[in-house]
Design a protein around this ligand. Sequence first.
Ligand code: ADP
Ligand code: ASP
Ligand code: MG
Length: 412
Amino acid sequence: MKFGGSSVGTTERMRRVAERIVDAKRQGNRVVVVVSAMGDTTDDLIDKARELTDEPSAREMDMLLTTGEQISVALLSMAIQHLGERAVSLTGWQAGIRTEPVHGKARITGIDPARIYRELDADNAVIVAGFQGMTEDGEITTLGRGGSDTTAVALAAAIQADRCEIYTDVDGVYSTDPRIVKNARKLSSISYDEMLELAHLGAAVLHPRAVEYAKHHRVHLVVRSSFTNNEGTLVKEEAEMEQGVVVRGIAYDKNVTRISIMGVEDVPGVLANVFGALAAEGIDVDIIVQSYVQNGKADFSFTVSSNDRPQAMKVIENVRSAVPYREAGYEDGLVKVSIVGAGMVSNPGVAARMFDVISKQGVSIKMVSTSEIKVSCVIEAEPLQRVVRALHTAYGLDTSEAAFVGGPQERR
Ligand code: ADP
Ligand code: ASP
Ligand code: MG
């Protein structure tokens, strides 16, 4: 059972989560729980660091941020003990979670669940801090924002749990973010591949690496509400599609920056040089577009996460001696909106329809990328809500019922 930040945002909510865990335990289950930092704790800690420095060291950031989850596990464990059940809290490293030596977005390299088994054998509910691990050298790491989902799924795989339940502030995975489209529909099931695309394309409800893990280890993964008993969404191998519906869901990513490099010599090795240098700095590049060549010079542009923009521009400046170009620039504040559905492969015209819907909103498309099961368009941020709603209607995803949205409406 994994509980996200808003599910444990206050001690009152923490108490309700404790009751839920106690219920599960009293029904005869052995329970391992993963919990996130309370409410906006992680954001608040980041703000504090930024008050002191523009470039906090990645190591110290991990040291700082991992405290958030440690507060949660201790409090939750106490709340369970107060209800008369046995519980023990563990940090990520106590739970045996090893990661690669990367700060801020480490991957889990292995889990030794011996301690967890010992605690389960002692009849404890085992409460593990999400989002954190330790390297071979004993350095503390974090798994990237939203990474507690990954802790939960990875632990579920390591202990071969019967199922992994992700409890959050909405009651499942919806056709799009129910906070911007009120008549989004709750999906009773979704395939690993579709969920993976949605998560990668910005649907915050599950961390992309959690879905990767679930797919790889065939984890029985359920997303459901921590506030109600409504049935959630099952993420599984293949999910049935309603007749005539080709788009399963719509996702958006608000953190897109487009970087353009103009007047580059059209010789072999240009892209290898530029993107090699970006990769060496750990900067993920998303959509890449190279325009036609004129007078032996080419222009190209690509997108990065807005957070990576300052570092990416430095890299571009540094490669200038190896790859001469006329000028480089960037455009911040863009968004990427994507449609996802396994049925797209065999349905021509899905992308054309998307372009048509967006153009009817009077919005111009800056970049496009497609795969077998998704189409993404980069647009300006301002019309995002309108565009998502129009697409949601156009692909027949609207329901007559308003989506259930639990939890705090005000979110950062
Ligand atoms: P937690 O703190 O529990 O990890 P998150 O904020 O990370 O919660 O994820 C839940 C949020 O994901 C929801 O409040 C919702 O606004 C957002 N979301 C985005 N896309 C979707 C979607 N397709 N289905 C459900 N929720 C979504
Ligand atoms: N607390 C971390 C974050 O806010 C991890 C998580 O909630 O999954 O990103
Ligand atoms: Mg989350």
